[in-house]
Design a protein around this ligand. Structure first.
Ligand SMILES: Nc1nc2c(ncn2[C@@H]2O[C@H](COP(=O)(O)OP(=O)(O)O)[C@@H](O)[C@H]2O)c(=O)[nH]1
Ligand SMILES: [Mg+2]
Length: 224
């Protein structure tokens, strides 16, 4: 009865780790999963208890609250990417997690980002002027996630206790800085929406880092 819903679209080029991130959310052991290309829209649901619940006293509803996560895993292949528009239109999502992979080229990443921008606008209205009008009042979450941070540094590390060191972070920030101008366009077009950035490794980050993503969405949606 206390439960709340968080509905997100997971977008990004093929191979950035969308499915892996969802598997982490579901608590599946990702190492046992063979990478399969997803051409289909895949909807995953899971009720999770956020770790921040532990910090609330027994009389606070947040101590018992669960979050029903609806994660829509979209195909990233260029050929199937037009489906993004249909998904964004058909599902009334609260926001998108846009994943980026520092191993992929700047150009490919930029095109995927522009596609997310354009298809999201299309999902509001196919008429560009009307879409721009609707964008002005749209309250949405655009959260950019630099994934595969474990690949950021060439120095060896132990995957088992992977965490984002300042060195890794610098490299990930630098990668993301290539897209600052397109992120500015997002912000100008959607002045009422919320924007955020996270750095993770969907494969190796401890679950607390994955949990943090949902904590951020929760705060955006319910506490601000
Ligand atoms: N090194 C590394 N590899 C990852 C990470 N996340 C995903 N991968 C790998 O990247 C490949 C593509 O991942 P997948 O989730 O299928 O990408 P999708 O196409 O966006 O769904 C798989 O081989 C994953 O094991 C990560 O954080 N670090
Ligand atoms: Mg996939």
């Amino acid at each position: 009865m206390f439960d709340r819903k968080i509905r997100i679209s997971i977008l990004g080029n093929t191979g950035v780790g969308k499915t892996t991130l969802i598997d982490r959310m579901k608590g599946t052991d990702v190492r046992t999963i063979k990478s399969k290309k997803s051409y289909q829209i895949n909807i995953e649901q899971k009720k999770i208890r956020l770790q921040s619940s532990d910090s609330y006293p027994w009389y606070h509803p947040e101590a018992y609250r669960k979050y029903q996560i609806l994660a829509i895993d979209n195909p990233g292949e260029i050929k199937y990417r037009r489906q993004w528009r249909e998904v964004l239109r058909a599902f009334n999502t609260d926001g998108m997690l846009f994943l980026l992979d520092p191993q992929q080229s700047i150009e490919i990443t930029r095109i995927a980002m522009e596609d997310a921008y354009n298809y999201f606008l299309d999902s509001l209205d196919l008429n560009p002027e009307r879409a721009d009008e609707k964008a002005k009042t749209k309250k949405y979450i655009f959260h950019f996630v630099v994934n595969k941070c474990d690949t950021c540094v060439s120095t060896s590390y132990s995957a088992k206790d992977f965490h984002i060191s300042p060195e890794i972070k610098d490299q990930a920030v630098e990668f993301l800085s290539q897209f600052a101008s397109i992120m500015d366009i997002f912000k100008e077009t959607f002045p009422r929406s919320k924007f955020g950035i996270s750095y993770i490794s969907a494969l190796y980050s401890p679950y607390s880092e994955i949990n943090k993503l949902f904590e951020i969405l929760k705060v955006y949606l319910f506490e601000s």
